[in-house]
Design a protein around this ligand. Structure first.
Ligand code: GLP
Length: 259
């Protein structure tokens, strides 16, 4: 795990975007795994800037998103499909038909999840998986108590995640947040060739501590990334504030990135 600690989330987002843009320049057919939430928005803006400046093209890129709420139509303004269209897909030159988000209205959700995994496999697997982290240490919607080898499936949100997501979305109304989602599993996520996680703010400090320096446990599903050999965490100083070895990580990653 490489932990890149930046002064600001703007700086961290620009570095993460650069890593993705460089990879797409090298391989225009890169397969991306994408994430929602407030955290990746700045990085998505940086990716859009690069496309606008014609520094990179996403025309041949394919993407699969991590998760979607059960019961929300893709056109619902709080659905993750809608979020991706507005915050990234409309701003870059990716073909919408090459972007994939689980269908929250699927009549047979288990079948939908299996088919999603099969699509990813057929595309050759995810080259770069983007992740945020929940304040309880979850990745995608893999809540505490989820097996670290879980596959894409129907999952159940904890009250704390429902509260977090209501604060930022759904107009602050907890009763409007769906209680179930379709989510890529921890095992599915860990099959990505490269993983880029973003974490900003002091609200993520405990989760990041658990992810990087805690034991590998299903009570912090992000800790499964400890067994992945190409994971990069781009964070700000607040999110990194509880890490014991933060100076060492910052130095090592700066050398590796040539900063
Ligand atoms: C949701 C998403 C996660 C995301 C998390 C954090 O639970 N399913 O993928 O990482 O929210 O969201 P935020 O970035 O808004 O803090």
């Amino acid at each position: 795990m490489e932990v890149v600690i930046c002064k600001t989330k703007e700086e961290a987002s620009a570095l993460a975007a650069k890593m993705i843009n460089e990879a797409v320049k090298k391989n225009p057919k890169t397969v991306l795994g994408l994430a929602t939430g407030s955290t990746p928005v700045l990085m998505y803006n940086e990716m859009a800037k690069a496309v606008k400046a014609k520094k990179v093209s996403y025309k041949e890129v394919k993407s699969w998103n991590l998760d979607e709420y059960v019961g929300l139509a893709p056109t619902h303004d709080q659905s993750y499909r809608y979020f991706m269209n507005e915050n990234l897909f409309k701003k870059i030159d990716i073909k919408l038909s090459n972007t994939h988000v689980l269908n929250g209205l699927a009549k047979n959700p288990e079948k939908e999840c299996k088919a999603y995994e099969a699509q990813i496999k057929k595309a050759g697997g995810i080259d770069i998986q983007v992740l945020g982290i929940g304040s309880d240490g979850h990745i995608a919607f893999n809540e505490p108590g989820t097996s670290l080898s879980s596959r894409t499936s129907v999952v159940y949100l904890t009250p704390s995640t429902i509260k977090d997501n209501a604060r930022l979305f759904f107009g602050g109304d907890m009763t409007k947040v769906p209680t179930q989602a379709l989510s890529m599993g921890v095992g599915t996520i860990c099959e990505a060739k490269k993983i880029i996680m973003l974490a900003f703010g002091k609200g993520k400090a405990d989760a990041l501590k658990g992810c990087v320096e805690g034991g590998m446990t299903q009570f912090c599903t992000a800790s499964a990334l400890q067994a992945h050999n190409d994971t990069w965490i781009f964070c700000d100083e607040e999110a990194a504030s509880k890490l014991k070895l933060k100076k060492y990580y910052a130095w090592r990653s700066a050398v590796k990135l040539g900063l």
